[in-house]
Design a binder for this molecule. Sequence first.
Ligand code: ADP
Ligand code: ZN
Length: 221
Amino acid sequence: MFIVLLGAPGSGKGTISKLLSEKLNIPHISTGDLFRDNLKNETPLGKTAKEYIDKGELVPDEITVKMLVQELEKSSYSGAILDGFPRTEKQAEELDNLLLANNKMVDIVINVEVPFEEIVDRIASRRNCKNCSEIYNIHYNPPKVEGICDACGGELYQREDQKPEVVNNRLEVYKNTSSRLIDYYKDNKKLYQVQAGDSANKTSSDVAEELIKYIKENFKS
Ligand code: ADP
Ligand code: ZN
């Protein structure tokens, strides 16, 4: 099964994707995490991507799609929770073609909706594990020991692109690209919209529960 998660930076889609991946036993592919792995290992891809990521801009489609293809090939296109991909209409089309060529398709698209005021707040209090990329929030989902990852004992840090100027740019990019992407999937009638965040009174695990219920009811295999 191929599940796409859409949502603004800070919407919780990364955390929700990880929970879905564990509970449904489907690999989690985050293009943001893949880029960060490449940055850490200073690969040529990482060096190219850094210019864009540091400014909060999208990495060009061609580069991003190539990276995703490699990742899907590793898992022989058996299924994935796609987190942060597609981000543009072009990427969505490429994904459809790619899956079609392997007799697969996007089965479900989830849009995680959180009000913008809340998002800015959330991003500022977010921390990531340097080692395993687990996500924490120092207010809502703190680690048991400050600064240390519960999952692997790694060191927690604040991502370079969580600085206010870069965050604003990421949100701006999101506003400019998301509605067309949502329309793309709306037309395919694959879209499930879920309200998340404090104003909806739901944690990421509440949202994940709701989604699992929906997926199990709608996609019996
Ligand atoms: P967030 O969703 O919180 O912005 P991600 O970890 O998904 O963070 O992405 C971090 C950065 O990686 C983005 O700001 C962008 O520069 C780049 N990126 C990730 N996914 C894509 C994509 N599908 N297309 C283009 N750039 C991407
Ligand atoms: Zn960790």
